[in-house]
Design a protein around this ligand. Structure first.
Ligand SMILES: Cc1ncc(COP(=O)(O)O)c(C=O)c1O
Length: 409
């Protein structure tokens, strides 16, 4: 029995990334892991803060001593009430609006949260507008629920192109999906941009009777290098939903824990909250992992040491500056989005991936440098480097980058 056409097609189109991953592993086997400059994967390598281990240990001890009962059982689908209350306080502080526990739905990471949101709000052929470049899984998250991802350009500095978003709005628009701090560009959308976007969406809603949701994917909200942090989306627009996780802020991607924060006063609030709870159940998540819920509720003031990422960012910028490779200056997250540099002379590069970003990625591979082509993010001509690797490896890559540029002719 063959697998479904849609999954078969998706396997075909995601093979570029899979190939990168497999090639990276092969190169590490051949040359040794410390000789390969693998900047392809956004898997945080910093350990969770000490406070995480302390709480984990305390819960395990209390549990083993029989002091807690029922903490590993099923619970209400949106999560433990006490956890939702604690996170409502945190989200209220960050988002500049007052939420209570009913506005928080605990999720299986941000990925699970986005699927829950799109399952809840999309009718078949509804559109979700997303600025390019974008996290490549969005197409699946929207397509999973019969929606269509409508891509629009960003401005050259990767801020939102409000005109492009405005032109893409129609009666089919269910949502605008933004991600800040941004993967792959590291851009943080300024508060003024969010306010201007909100005005456009309000005006569209007034005219058509359908207010698009503004869905903010915010797993990097706390990995910020500029002053002022990540401007709040909930304060900017009434019909907004924030989806976040602890994958990056506490370095817990494998533990699959996050939450949705819904703006109080959002359109059809009661239906929406009930829908999100229903979707959590029927998508098969049932509820977010119980132990992790209890732990993150105790760690609302904690995060990984962002200084570590900041130092790596600076080291990587120096490497690229010296090699003469232009890039977008990252304000947050842990990615550098670099522009494929012009060649010095005639082409000798051979590509088996589409576009010049593929050619440059292949060229770098000869020097054991691994990045991901921008085509995979809907932005050919660019490539992404993830700096979830030790600073010494970043510094050591300088020589390899320099050599690679000498032969990029
Ligand atoms: C932009 C973006 N959104 C969502 C996710 C998924 O995060 P999570 O591990 O919390 O599901 C990622 C993971 O890398 C991401 O980069």
């Amino acid at each position: 029995m063959p697998i479904s056409r849609s999954v078969k097609d998706a396997l075909g189109s995601s093979s570029m990334i899979r190939k990168m991953f497999e090639e990276g592993n092969l190169l590490k086997k051949q040359h040794g892991a410390d000789k390969v400059f693998d900047f392809s994967i956004g898997n945080p390598d910093i350990e969770p803060p000490d406070a995480f281990h302390r709480v984990l240990l305390r819960f395990a001890q209390e549990d083993a001593a029989g002091l807690t009962k029922g903490v590993h059982g099923y619970m209400p689908n949106p999560g433990f009430p006490a956890v939702r209350d604690a996170l409502a306080k945190k989200a209220s502080r960050e988002q500049g609006v007052t939420l209570d526990g009913s506005h928080i739905i605990m999720t299986v990471g941000a990925a699970g949260g986005l699927n829950v949101v799109f399952k809840t709000i999309l009718n078949p052929a509804d559109e979700v507008i997303v600025p390019r470049p974008y996290f490549m899984e969005y197409k699946s998250y929207v397509g999973n629920h019969e929606g269509i991802l409508r891509e629009v350009d960003s401005l050259p500095d990767f801020n939102l192109d409000l005109d492009a978003i405005s032109k893409a709005l129609s009666e089919k628009t269910a949502a605008v999906l933004i991600n800040s701090p941004h993967n792959p560009t590291g851009r943080i959308y300024p508060a003024a941009t969010l306010r201007a976007l909100a005005e456009i969406l309000e005006a569209h809603g007034k005219k058509t009777g359908r207010y698009p949701f503004l869905v903010a994917d915010e797993p990097y909200r706390e990995i910020v290098y500029i002053s002022g942090g990540t401007p709040p989306v909930l304060a900017a627009y009434r019909h907004s939903i924030s989806v976040t996780s602890y994958s990056k802020s506490l370095s817990l991607p494998g533990e699959r824990i996050g939450y949705i924060a819904v703006n109080p006063g959002i359109q059809d609030e009661e239906d929406l909250l009930s829908g999100l709870i229903y979707a959590t159940r029927v998508l098969g998540y049932v509820n977010a992992p119980a132990l992790m819920q209890r732990i993150v509720a105790e760690l609302t003031e904690e995060s990984v040491d962002v200084g570590v990422y900041a130092r790596r960012r600076d080291a990587f910028k120096t490497v690229l500056d010296k090699a003469g490779i232009p890039y977008a200056n990252p304000e947050g997250a842990f990615y550098l989005f670099a522009k494929v540099p012009p060649k010095k002379g005639g082409s000798t590069a051979v590509t088996d991936i589409v576009g010049d970003d593929g050619a440059f990625v292949n060229h770098l591979k000869q020097y054991l440098i691994l990045g991901v082509p921008g085509s995979g993010f809907g932005k050919p001509g660019w490539l992404r480097f993830a700096y979830c690797v030790d600073e010494t490896l970043i510094r050591a890559s300088g020589e390899a980058f320099k050599k690679a540029m000498e032969t990029w002719v």
